[in-house]
Design a protein around this ligand. Structure first.
Ligand SMILES: [Zn+2]
Length: 303
């Protein structure tokens, strides 16, 4: 059954036609509409939308306000929970992520924005991290807090007082895709990090080979996503914020063993396919990733 929502995206695009559109990352005045539609591929939300492409930094973005972005986020979470409960197998590779993090820093103060179901916070707590969460959704915050047994605040990052900082770690796992104003958002992240602290970002790169093969039908161009982050855009945002890119991981931190173990089937042919897909996801040629899923580690300089 389809859930039809009020039209927002195309309306925003039309009203934007009468005023200047600026890229929210590089401030370029040259973004242009490059994809419009109303389908949420594979999910159940129908809502007119329009994505702009910034020719300078490659960000793809919708024109939405903070409140509307929070509503879109809530919609996609409800929809995903309803129709694709097993689609996010990478999120269950929390142990691999924590192993990677512990290899970079011995710090244990962790702030996770958008903790989702709270499984990562729970895993981090079991590894001895001192955890705090924040979510715009009260329902998600409650369920994450209950699962992880840590405090999860409710609100928008730029509007709340965050106790317990500065932090050794800030985790933004598929969060920037719901943030319409990333510059003040990341400035607050910077202020919450201790000098030498690390911010982990995971996003889907629309300039990757596989995303480009899908063109305008790439699934990230959907009504519920606010922005799609190319690697160039993440690098520019880091630079503007004062953070330095330490490491870019194509695919994710997930190990091959966990990738295979998280498959819903374990036949020989499934293992071969999973291994091939895993290797494709980890491949970078001349600085270009084949697959879209990408993890970035950004460090705040010591001084
Ligand atoms: Zn831009």
């Amino acid at each position: 059954m389809k859930a039809t929502k009020p039209l927002v995206g195309s309306g925003a695009a039309e009203s934007a036609a009468a005023k200047e559109v600026r890229c929210p990352v590089c401030d370029s005045r040259d973004p242009h509409i490059f994809v419009t539609g109303e389908r949420d591929y594979g999910r159940e939300i129908i809502r007119s939308f329009g994505f702009y492409l910034c020719p300078k930094c490659r960000l793809r973005f919708q024109l939405v306000g903070d409140d509307e972005a929070a509503t879109l986020f809530a919609d996609v979470q409800e929809s995903a929970a309803r129709s694709r409960p097993s689609a996010r197998r990478e999120l269950r590779c929390d142990e691999d992520v924590l192993r990677c993090m512990q290899g970079m820093s011995s710090g244990r103060r962790l702030f996770e924005i958008g903790p989702g179901d709270g499984r990562f916070l729970a895993a981090a707590r079991n590894h001895g991290f001192d955890c705090l969460g924040l979510d715009v959704s009260e329902g998600l915050a409650q369920s994450a807090a209950a699962r992880a047994q840590v405090q999860v605040m409710v609100g928008k990052l730029t509007e709340v007082d965050v106790p317990g900082g500065p932090f050794d770690w800030v985790n933004l796992d598929q969060v920037l895709m719901y943030v319409p104003n990333p510059q003040p958002f990341m400035q607050k992240v910077f202020e919450l990090m201790r000098p030498g602290g690390i911010c982990r970002i995971r996003e889907n790169n629309p300039d990757s080979v596989l995303a480009r093969l899908h063109g305008k039908r790439y699934w990230m161009y959907s009504p519920t996503h606010v922005a799609v982050w190319a690697e160039r855009t993440v690098r520019l945002l880091a630079e503007k914020t004062g953070l330095r890119i330490m490491r870019v991981i194509p695919g994710s931190e997930c190990s091959l063993a966990n990738w295979q173990a998280s498959s819903r089937r374990s036949t020989f042919s499934t293992k071969i396919k999973d291994t091939a897909f895993y290797l494709i996801r980890k491949t970078r040629l001349l600085g270009i990733s084949l697959a879209a899923d990408t993890v970035y580690y950004l460090r705040r300089p010591e001084n």
